[in-house]
Every structure is written in structure tokens, then in C-alpha cells.
Design a protein around this ligand. Sequence first.
Ligand SMILES: Nc1ncnc2c1ncn2[C@@H]1O[C@H](COP(=O)(O)OP(=O)(O)OP(=O)(O)O)[C@@H](O)[C@H]1O
Length: 286
Amino acid sequence: MTKDYGPVTALADVDLDVGEGETVALLGPNGAGKSTLLSIALGLRTPGSGTARVLGRRPLEALRAGRIGVLLQESGLLEDVRVGELVAAVAGMYPAPLTPERAMRAAGVEELAGQRVGRLSGGQRQRVRFALCVVGDPDLLVLDEPTVGLDVEGRRALWKELRARTGQGRTAVFATHYLAEADDYADRVVLLAGGRVVADGSVATVKSLVGGNEVRCTLHDADLSDLEILPGVLRVSVEGRSVSLRTKDSDATLRALFAMFGDVRDVRVESADLESAFVSLTGGRD
Ligand SMILES: Nc1ncnc2c1ncn2[C@@H]1O[C@H](COP(=O)(O)OP(=O)(O)OP(=O)(O)O)[C@@H](O)[C@H]1O
């Protein structure tokens, strides 16, 4: 699909298929198109060209059928009701909801049930948004930067609940700027930059796009040309006896290294982190 806002191209030729049961993190610099993509997937915006389908239906139909739980950035909340009333009212819109108490407990707001929404702090509001996101017991959770404003306990509660749901086969798509969240909780990462998908795969695959792992070891009399032809090796550096191999397949490199050299010692494999992948693939913008 594509989406333009006047002269601004928010999405350019994005083609994405999220399978049932996947937990997908949407990463990208500010303005990359993450919120636009999620709002089109929810039927809240229409694409310029292309189509979105959710759970086999048009997005708004899936939303109305109570199959989707949503947490959007700074979405408005009714101010003049109590938290418990709000969660119960939203539960009533879904065909087979959780009890409001269960959803409030999951989001850590059960003690706020009697408080007016208008009096809540920013982080407490975000917790209430999460309670509203899960109370319908939806098959698909769509969350735009869900942990913004949450304290440590709030984040822990959110990820625990999300993990419990995806562990039961539910699908979750969340946008985040916290690479550690993608690393820890997603099984797939979609990296957007300038409205395009610049990487899409498992966390390990995306990390490997920046050049994979670094294999370090100590080796006597290592010949540079012997090391360069090891499988997977992209770059070799040798300093005295210390050898460093940048490899896109550390398993294959290690097997060949041990087969070819008798005196390989102090072997360490260090992975490229998601941060270097992010910086390298998005041109360092964030
Ligand atoms: N309603 C709008 N009118 C005009 N331009 C918009 C509108 N919404 C978004 N844009 C533009 O579209 C582009 C993508 O915005 P979007 O909010 O989807 O990015 P994002 O990846 O969610 O960013 P962030 O990480 O800052 O939340 C940006 O250049 C933004 O300025």
C-alpha cells in the first residue's frame, strides 16, 4: 500500500503479511510511517492505494466484530467516568470479554477502579489504555508505543500480560522506539524508514543484516588468506595472535575454523546488536 499526506509520502509500496500467532515489532525513526501503517491496519485511515485485510476481513469489520484490541498513542479517554466504569463499558462492547477486574489487574489499575479518569497521571492513563486494549480478550493486539510514560512496574505488567496472550497463540503488532523491547518480546522485526520496509525478519536475521556476528579467538601463525576463505567470513582482522572474524554464519565459520586449525583457543562469539542494525539500516536517524 501507499499513503501520502499532501506532498509527504508516509508509506511507499509497503507490502506486509503478519501471520496468526506472530509477535511483530514495528521499528523506525520518527516519521517513518509506523503510526500510519497501524492506523490503516485498523481502518482508521484509508490507504492511497492498495488494501489492508485483518483476520480475513476489512479492518473496520474486524474491529467492529471485537476481534482487535487497540492501544494508540495518546488516544482520548472519557474524562468524567471512573476507571472501573470505563473498563466495564468497553468490555460490554466485545462478544466474549474478560471481566473488567481481570483486565484492570493485568494492567495494574485495580486500585484505581474508583478514581475518575480525568484525575489520573499520564502513566496511569496509559495503564488504563492497556486495560481497555485487553479487556475484549481479542485475537489481535495492535499497540502503538505501548510503554511510553509507564514506570518499571507498568512496563513489566504490560509485557507479562502481552507475553501470556501471545503464548496462547494470539497475534500482537506493536510499534516501539525501544530496541530492547523488540529484542526481548518480538519474534519478528519490521524496520521502516522513510515509509519503506528496509528490513523484515526475525530479530536474529535483522541483526545479521549488518554483518552478523564477530568470532574472536587466539591463533598461532594464522595466515590471513586461510582465514578469509572460511565459510561465512566477511572481514578478517589479525593483531598478533588475536584474530577477529566478522561472519554472516558463525556456526559454519566455527566448524571450519576448528577443522582447519589445531590450536584455536579463547573462542568467543559476539552478536551484532539490534541498535547497530537499526542505525545502519535506517541511516542513523532517530
Ligand atoms: N495527519 C497528517 N497530516 C500530514 N502529515 C502527516 C499526518 N500524519 C502523519 N504525517 C506525516 O507522515 C509521516 C509518517 O508519520 P507517522 O506518524 O506514521 O510516523 P511514525 O513512524 O509513527 O513516527 P513517530 O515515531 O514519530 O511516532 C511523517 O512525515 C508525518 O509528518
